[in-house]
Design a protein around this ligand. Structure first.
Ligand SMILES: [Zn+2]
Length: 353
Protein backbone atom coordinates (compact mmCIF):
# COMPACT_ATOMS: atom_id res chain seq x y z
CA UNK A 1 0.00 0.00 0.00
CA UNK A 2 1.22 3.46 -0.91
CA UNK A 3 -0.09 6.56 0.88
CA UNK A 4 -0.99 9.65 -1.07
CA UNK A 5 -1.58 13.17 0.24
CA UNK A 6 -3.22 16.07 -1.52
CA UNK A 7 -3.58 19.63 -0.29
CA UNK A 8 -2.41 23.22 -0.36
CA UNK A 9 1.19 23.42 0.88
CA UNK A 10 2.08 26.30 3.20
CA UNK A 11 3.74 28.73 3.01
CA UNK A 12 3.94 28.33 -0.80
CA UNK A 13 0.13 28.15 -1.16
CA UNK A 14 0.43 25.64 -3.97
CA UNK A 15 -1.82 22.64 -4.43
CA UNK A 16 0.38 19.55 -4.44
CA UNK A 17 0.21 15.78 -4.35
CA UNK A 18 2.75 13.73 -2.42
CA UNK A 19 3.38 10.02 -2.16
CA UNK A 20 4.99 8.53 0.91
CA UNK A 21 8.01 6.40 0.14
CA UNK A 22 9.22 4.87 3.41
CA UNK A 23 10.04 7.86 5.59
CA UNK A 24 10.27 10.29 2.65
CA UNK A 25 7.89 12.47 0.70
CA UNK A 26 7.86 12.16 -3.08
CA UNK A 27 6.25 14.49 -5.58
CA UNK A 28 5.91 11.63 -8.11
CA UNK A 29 4.68 8.08 -7.50
CA UNK A 30 7.58 5.88 -6.30
CA UNK A 31 8.67 2.99 -8.52
CA UNK A 32 6.22 0.08 -8.31
CA UNK A 33 3.22 2.21 -7.31
CA UNK A 34 1.21 0.99 -10.33
CA UNK A 35 1.06 -2.54 -8.91
CA UNK A 36 0.08 -1.43 -5.41
CA UNK A 37 -3.05 -0.13 -3.74
CA UNK A 38 -2.92 3.64 -3.26
CA UNK A 39 -4.70 5.08 -0.26
CA UNK A 40 -5.33 8.81 -0.10
CA UNK A 41 -4.85 9.69 3.58
CA UNK A 42 -5.26 13.44 3.15
CA UNK A 43 -7.56 14.67 0.41
CA UNK A 44 -7.70 18.45 0.33
CA UNK A 45 -7.16 21.09 2.98
CA UNK A 46 -3.92 22.75 4.09
CA UNK A 47 -0.57 21.08 4.75
CA UNK A 48 2.28 22.08 7.07
CA UNK A 49 5.62 20.28 7.66
CA UNK A 50 4.55 19.70 11.28
CA UNK A 51 4.42 22.16 14.15
CA UNK A 52 7.63 22.97 16.05
CA UNK A 53 8.15 24.01 19.67
CA UNK A 54 11.68 25.41 20.05
CA UNK A 55 11.53 25.89 23.82
CA UNK A 56 10.10 22.99 25.81
CA UNK A 57 11.43 20.97 28.75
CA UNK A 58 9.89 17.49 28.60
CA UNK A 59 10.76 15.03 31.35
CA UNK A 60 9.96 17.12 34.44
CA UNK A 61 7.22 19.66 35.06
CA UNK A 62 9.43 21.90 37.16
CA UNK A 63 13.23 22.40 36.91
CA UNK A 64 13.71 21.15 40.49
CA UNK A 65 11.73 17.93 39.87
CA UNK A 66 13.64 14.74 39.13
CA UNK A 67 13.99 14.01 35.42
CA UNK A 68 11.59 11.13 34.73
CA UNK A 69 11.78 9.06 31.53
CA UNK A 70 8.14 7.93 31.78
CA UNK A 71 7.11 11.57 31.96
CA UNK A 72 9.51 12.39 29.12
CA UNK A 73 7.74 9.90 26.86
CA UNK A 74 4.34 11.22 27.87
CA UNK A 75 5.31 14.85 27.27
CA UNK A 76 6.74 14.05 23.84
CA UNK A 77 3.60 12.07 22.98
CA UNK A 78 1.47 15.07 23.96
CA UNK A 79 3.49 17.23 21.60
CA UNK A 80 3.06 14.72 18.76
CA UNK A 81 -0.69 14.37 19.29
CA UNK A 82 -0.99 18.16 18.94
CA UNK A 83 0.91 18.00 15.64
CA UNK A 84 4.28 19.07 17.10
CA UNK A 85 6.74 16.86 15.21
CA UNK A 86 9.98 18.62 16.14
CA UNK A 87 11.07 20.13 19.44
CA UNK A 88 14.19 21.78 20.79
CA UNK A 89 14.84 21.24 24.49
CA UNK A 90 16.96 24.18 25.73
CA UNK A 91 18.07 22.65 29.00
CA UNK A 92 16.88 19.65 30.96
CA UNK A 93 17.89 18.22 34.34
CA UNK A 94 19.49 15.22 32.60
CA UNK A 95 20.72 14.62 29.08
CA UNK A 96 18.25 12.95 26.71
CA UNK A 97 18.30 9.14 26.87
CA UNK A 98 19.27 7.41 23.61
CA UNK A 99 15.80 5.92 23.08
CA UNK A 100 14.38 9.36 22.34
CA UNK A 101 16.05 9.41 18.92
CA UNK A 102 15.26 5.81 18.07
CA UNK A 103 11.55 5.81 18.99
CA UNK A 104 9.94 6.50 15.62
CA UNK A 105 6.60 7.46 17.19
CA UNK A 106 8.04 10.44 19.06
CA UNK A 107 8.77 13.90 17.67
CA UNK A 108 12.29 14.66 16.52
CA UNK A 109 14.23 16.15 19.42
CA UNK A 110 17.05 18.68 19.22
CA UNK A 111 18.43 18.71 22.76
CA UNK A 112 20.80 21.14 24.46
CA UNK A 113 21.95 18.94 27.30
CA UNK A 114 21.74 20.16 30.87
CA UNK A 115 21.08 23.77 31.89
CA UNK A 116 24.45 25.47 32.52
CA UNK A 117 24.14 27.47 35.74
CA UNK A 118 26.86 29.66 37.26
CA UNK A 119 26.71 30.42 41.03
CA UNK A 120 23.55 32.19 42.18
CA UNK A 121 21.81 31.78 38.86
CA UNK A 122 19.03 29.19 38.43
CA UNK A 123 17.45 26.74 40.87
CA UNK A 124 20.33 25.22 42.88
CA UNK A 125 21.17 21.71 41.72
CA UNK A 126 18.56 21.68 38.96
CA UNK A 127 21.03 22.06 36.12
CA UNK A 128 24.76 21.59 35.82
CA UNK A 129 26.25 23.96 38.40
CA UNK A 130 29.48 25.36 37.10
CA UNK A 131 31.99 28.10 38.02
CA UNK A 132 32.16 31.00 35.56
CA UNK A 133 35.75 30.06 34.63
CA UNK A 134 34.56 26.56 33.64
CA UNK A 135 31.51 27.67 31.68
CA UNK A 136 33.04 27.54 28.18
CA UNK A 137 34.38 24.02 28.62
CA UNK A 138 31.13 22.73 30.12
CA UNK A 139 29.14 24.36 27.31
CA UNK A 140 31.23 22.56 24.69
CA UNK A 141 30.68 19.28 26.57
CA UNK A 142 26.89 19.69 26.71
CA UNK A 143 26.67 20.74 23.06
CA UNK A 144 28.88 17.86 21.95
CA UNK A 145 26.96 15.30 24.02
CA UNK A 146 23.53 16.47 22.75
CA UNK A 147 22.19 17.67 19.40
CA UNK A 148 24.73 20.45 19.05
CA UNK A 149 22.99 22.94 21.32
CA UNK A 150 23.83 24.09 24.82
CA UNK A 151 21.85 26.33 27.14
CA UNK A 152 23.42 28.95 29.36
CA UNK A 153 21.51 30.64 32.18
CA UNK A 154 22.73 34.13 31.32
CA UNK A 155 21.15 35.89 34.30
CA UNK A 156 18.72 35.14 37.10
CA UNK A 157 17.54 37.65 39.69
CA UNK A 158 16.31 40.99 38.41
CA UNK A 159 18.67 43.02 40.64
CA UNK A 160 21.79 40.88 40.40
CA UNK A 161 24.53 40.85 37.76
CA UNK A 162 24.35 38.70 34.66
CA UNK A 163 27.07 36.33 33.46
CA UNK A 164 29.89 38.76 32.55
CA UNK A 165 30.17 39.57 28.86
CA UNK A 166 33.74 38.29 28.51
CA UNK A 167 32.75 34.92 30.03
CA UNK A 168 29.71 34.60 27.79
CA UNK A 169 31.65 35.69 24.72
CA UNK A 170 34.39 33.11 25.34
CA UNK A 171 31.66 30.47 25.81
CA UNK A 172 29.91 31.28 22.53
CA UNK A 173 33.23 31.32 20.68
CA UNK A 174 34.25 27.94 22.11
CA UNK A 175 30.90 26.30 21.26
CA UNK A 176 30.89 27.78 17.76
CA UNK A 177 34.45 26.54 17.23
CA UNK A 178 33.19 23.06 18.17
CA UNK A 179 30.35 23.36 15.64
CA UNK A 180 27.60 23.91 18.23
CA UNK A 181 25.03 26.57 18.98
CA UNK A 182 24.27 28.50 22.16
CA UNK A 183 20.87 29.36 23.64
CA UNK A 184 20.95 31.95 26.42
CA UNK A 185 18.29 32.42 29.06
CA UNK A 186 18.02 36.16 29.70
CA UNK A 187 15.45 38.18 31.62
CA UNK A 188 17.38 41.31 32.63
CA UNK A 189 18.58 44.22 30.52
CA UNK A 190 22.20 43.29 31.19
CA UNK A 191 21.64 39.59 30.49
CA UNK A 192 19.84 40.24 27.21
CA UNK A 193 22.48 42.74 26.09
CA UNK A 194 25.34 40.39 26.97
CA UNK A 195 23.66 37.54 25.08
CA UNK A 196 23.44 39.67 21.93
CA UNK A 197 26.94 41.15 22.26
CA UNK A 198 28.37 37.68 22.89
CA UNK A 199 26.84 36.48 19.60
CA UNK A 200 24.44 33.90 21.07
CA UNK A 201 22.35 31.92 18.59
CA UNK A 202 19.11 32.46 20.46
CA UNK A 203 17.75 34.69 23.20
CA UNK A 204 15.33 32.72 25.38
CA UNK A 205 12.74 35.17 26.82
CA UNK A 206 14.90 38.25 26.08
CA UNK A 207 13.16 40.28 28.76
CA UNK A 208 14.29 43.93 28.90
CA UNK A 209 16.03 43.51 25.55
CA UNK A 210 17.03 46.95 24.25
CA UNK A 211 15.38 47.26 20.81
CA UNK A 212 18.49 49.11 19.59
CA UNK A 213 20.20 45.68 19.61
CA UNK A 214 17.74 44.13 17.12
CA UNK A 215 19.74 45.19 14.05
CA UNK A 216 22.81 43.43 15.44
CA UNK A 217 20.73 40.33 16.19
CA UNK A 218 19.49 40.29 12.59
CA UNK A 219 23.01 40.79 11.21
CA UNK A 220 24.56 37.96 13.23
CA UNK A 221 21.56 35.60 13.06
CA UNK A 222 20.48 35.63 16.71
CA UNK A 223 16.89 34.40 17.02
CA UNK A 224 14.35 35.85 19.47
CA UNK A 225 12.24 33.31 21.37
CA UNK A 226 10.08 35.33 23.78
CA UNK A 227 8.01 32.42 25.22
CA UNK A 228 5.11 34.83 25.75
CA UNK A 229 2.63 32.16 26.82
CA UNK A 230 4.94 31.21 29.72
CA UNK A 231 5.06 34.81 30.97
CA UNK A 232 1.41 35.71 30.30
CA UNK A 233 0.14 33.90 33.41
CA UNK A 234 2.70 35.71 35.58
CA UNK A 235 1.61 39.04 34.12
CA UNK A 236 -1.77 38.74 35.83
CA UNK A 237 -0.10 37.79 39.11
CA UNK A 238 2.26 40.78 38.98
CA UNK A 239 -0.51 43.22 38.04
CA UNK A 240 -2.43 42.10 41.14
CA UNK A 241 0.48 42.84 43.50
CA UNK A 242 1.18 45.99 45.47
CA UNK A 243 3.41 48.44 43.68
CA UNK A 244 7.13 47.98 44.14
CA UNK A 245 10.28 48.49 42.13
CA UNK A 246 10.34 44.78 41.32
CA UNK A 247 6.73 44.82 40.12
CA UNK A 248 7.34 47.87 37.89
CA UNK A 249 10.47 46.25 36.51
CA UNK A 250 8.67 43.02 35.71
CA UNK A 251 5.70 44.68 34.01
CA UNK A 252 8.01 46.95 32.00
CA UNK A 253 9.97 43.89 30.88
CA UNK A 254 6.80 42.03 29.92
CA UNK A 255 5.55 44.92 27.79
CA UNK A 256 8.97 45.12 26.15
CA UNK A 257 8.87 41.42 25.25
CA UNK A 258 5.58 42.00 23.45
CA UNK A 259 6.69 45.20 21.70
CA UNK A 260 9.94 43.58 20.61
CA UNK A 261 8.12 40.83 18.67
CA UNK A 262 6.99 43.24 15.95
CA UNK A 263 10.17 45.33 16.13
CA UNK A 264 12.34 42.21 15.83
CA UNK A 265 10.40 41.03 12.81
CA UNK A 266 10.70 44.46 11.18
CA UNK A 267 14.46 44.46 11.85
CA UNK A 268 14.79 41.07 10.15
CA UNK A 269 15.29 38.96 13.29
CA UNK A 270 13.97 35.40 13.22
CA UNK A 271 11.19 35.19 15.83
CA UNK A 272 10.26 31.67 16.92
CA UNK A 273 7.57 29.98 18.99
CA UNK A 274 8.57 28.31 22.25
CA UNK A 275 6.17 27.47 25.04
CA UNK A 276 8.32 26.74 28.13
CA UNK A 277 5.07 25.66 29.86
CA UNK A 278 2.93 22.62 30.63
CA UNK A 279 0.96 20.82 29.41
CA UNK A 280 3.08 20.02 26.36
CA UNK A 281 1.55 20.40 22.92
CA UNK A 282 0.38 24.02 23.24
CA UNK A 283 2.61 25.72 20.68
CA UNK A 284 -0.56 26.88 18.86
CA UNK A 285 -1.18 29.17 21.84
CA UNK A 286 2.29 30.68 21.51
CA UNK A 287 1.69 31.27 17.78
CA UNK A 288 -1.47 33.17 18.75
CA UNK A 289 0.51 35.26 21.24
CA UNK A 290 3.02 36.14 18.53
CA UNK A 291 0.14 37.13 16.27
CA UNK A 292 -1.39 39.32 18.98
CA UNK A 293 2.02 40.91 19.58
CA UNK A 294 2.06 42.06 15.97
CA UNK A 295 3.75 39.35 13.93
CA UNK A 296 1.98 39.03 10.54
CA UNK A 297 -0.32 35.97 10.48
CA UNK A 298 1.80 33.92 8.11
CA UNK A 299 4.99 34.71 10.08
CA UNK A 300 3.32 33.76 13.37
CA UNK A 301 2.40 30.40 11.89
CA UNK A 302 5.84 29.95 10.34
CA UNK A 303 7.40 30.68 13.77
CA UNK A 304 5.65 27.53 15.01
CA UNK A 305 6.29 25.50 11.85
CA UNK A 306 8.38 25.91 8.68
CA UNK A 307 10.59 28.80 9.87
CA UNK A 308 11.52 26.90 13.04
CA UNK A 309 12.01 23.70 11.08
CA UNK A 310 14.45 25.35 8.69
CA UNK A 311 16.22 26.99 11.62
CA UNK A 312 16.77 23.52 13.08
CA UNK A 313 18.02 22.19 9.75
CA UNK A 314 14.99 20.37 8.35
CA UNK A 315 13.27 21.12 5.05
CA UNK A 316 9.62 21.92 4.39
CA UNK A 317 7.27 19.87 2.21
CA UNK A 318 9.48 19.10 -0.78
CA UNK A 319 10.48 16.05 -2.77
CA UNK A 320 12.74 13.82 -0.68
CA UNK A 321 11.97 15.63 2.60
CA UNK A 322 11.19 13.62 5.74
CA UNK A 323 7.51 12.64 5.60
CA UNK A 324 6.46 14.78 8.58
CA UNK A 325 3.21 16.58 7.96
CA UNK A 326 0.09 17.95 9.61
CA UNK A 327 -3.14 18.67 7.73
CA UNK A 328 -6.02 21.05 8.44
CA UNK A 329 -9.53 21.41 7.03
CA UNK A 330 -9.27 25.18 7.23
CA UNK A 331 -6.48 27.59 6.38
CA UNK A 332 -4.49 28.04 9.63
CA UNK A 333 -3.17 31.40 8.41
CA UNK A 334 -6.60 32.99 8.14
CA UNK A 335 -8.16 30.85 10.90
CA UNK A 336 -5.35 30.41 13.46
CA UNK A 337 -7.86 28.87 15.86
CA UNK A 338 -7.67 25.57 13.95
CA UNK A 339 -3.93 25.19 14.57
CA UNK A 340 -4.35 23.17 17.74
CA UNK A 341 -6.63 20.67 15.96
CA UNK A 342 -4.90 19.04 13.00
CA UNK A 343 -7.11 16.62 11.09
CA UNK A 344 -4.15 14.40 10.29
CA UNK A 345 -0.70 13.93 11.85
CA UNK A 346 1.94 12.02 9.88
CA UNK A 347 5.39 11.42 11.37
CA UNK A 348 8.25 9.67 9.55
CA UNK A 349 5.80 8.46 6.92
CA UNK A 350 3.33 6.92 9.37
CA UNK A 351 -0.15 8.11 10.20
CA UNK A 352 -0.20 8.96 13.92
CA UNK A 353 -3.78 10.18 13.97
ZN1 LIG B 1 12.76 27.27 29.66
Amino acid sequence: MIMRIRGVVLPERQERTFWIDGERLRTAPPAGTASKRVETVVDGGWLLPGLVDVHTHPGAESPDDTFDEVLLRRHLSEHRDAGVLLVRTPGTAARMPAWVDSDTELPRVRSAGRWLATPGRFFPGAGRDIAERDLAGAAVEEATASSGWCKVIGDWRWDEPAVPLDVLKATVEAVHAAGGRVAVHCQTGEGSRNAVLAGADSLEHGMHLDPDLLDLMAAQGTAYIPTLSAFAGNADVWRGRESSAKRSNWLLGWQGMIDNVRLAHEAGVTVLAGTDTFPCGTVATEAQWLLRAGLPAEEALGAASWTARHWLGLPGLTDGAPADLVAYDHDPVTEPGVLARPTRVILRGRVMR
